[in-house]
Design a protein around this ligand. Structure first.
Ligand code: PAN
Ligand code: ZN
Length: 195
């Protein structure tokens, strides 16, 4: 296994900041074509602005068995139509690899589903540990008004399969109804824009 020096990262909940050696990925609205169910709302919003939807700050840990990849996701508040800002979501490529999340600020939900279509939701946010068992696809959703900041840790060799979710989405959506979040059936690509 590749050896690295032990290290600490200073994690600041409010600013979502990890100092020292960390890679930062920024996902803007324009990076999320096809992910939101209301494609008209997506296009209209993008015509006005291209906000940052989320950032991932990840420690430089080898992507091999035995290491633990870790970092944090900063998911900003907002909506595309009635659907709250969310991460793309993925399955881990390597079967049998789970993940732990811990909420440092904000509030939201995690959508989970298996490749067979079984699904769950978890409340996540400040002070909540969310356990993603092996083989459950996962997506974080910010249903609050502050940034949702989540620390995460997962096996170094897990790998990421984005294609499955990009193609079919999750079977449930987290949408705003009457001022609060509701979990609804995803009408699917055929029903998009009919709502
Ligand atoms: C997290 C996610 C992070 C961003 O590190 O990668 O929250 O979500 P997407 O990767 O779905 O865009 C994780 O679950 N890693 O395995
Ligand atoms: Zn993951």
């Amino acid at each position: 296994m590749e050896a690295i020096e032990p290290f600490v990262l200073r994690v600041a909940a409010a600013g979502g900041c990890i100092e020292s050696e960390a890679a930062r990925i920024t996902r803007r609205l324009s990076d999320m074509a096809g992910f939101y169910h209301d494609q008209d709302a997506y296009a209209a919003m993008l015509a006005q602005d291209d906000p940052v939807v989320y950032e991932v700050v990840e420690a430089q840990v080898p992507e091999v068995e035995g290491h633990v990849r870790c970092g944090m996701t900063i998911l900003y508040p907002g909506r595309v139509g009635d659907e709250y800002f969310m991460t793309k979501g993925h399955f881990h490529e390597k079967p049998g690899t789970g993940e732990v999340y811990y909420g440092l600020s904000g509030s939201g939900m995690m959508l989970l589903q298996t490749r067979q279509g079984d699904w769950r939701t978890l409340s996540v946010g400040l002070g909540t540990l969310a356990y993603v068992p092996p083989d459950w696809g996962h997506r974080s959703v910010n249903t609050g008004v502050e940034p949702l900041v989540l620390f995460f840790a997962y096996p170094g060799d897990a790998g990421h399969d984005y294609d499955t979710i990009a193609a079919g989405g999750f079977v449930r959506l987290v949408v705003e109804r009457g001022g609060g979040p509701a979990v609804e059936e995803n009408p699917g690509p055929a029903a998009r824009n009919r709502r």
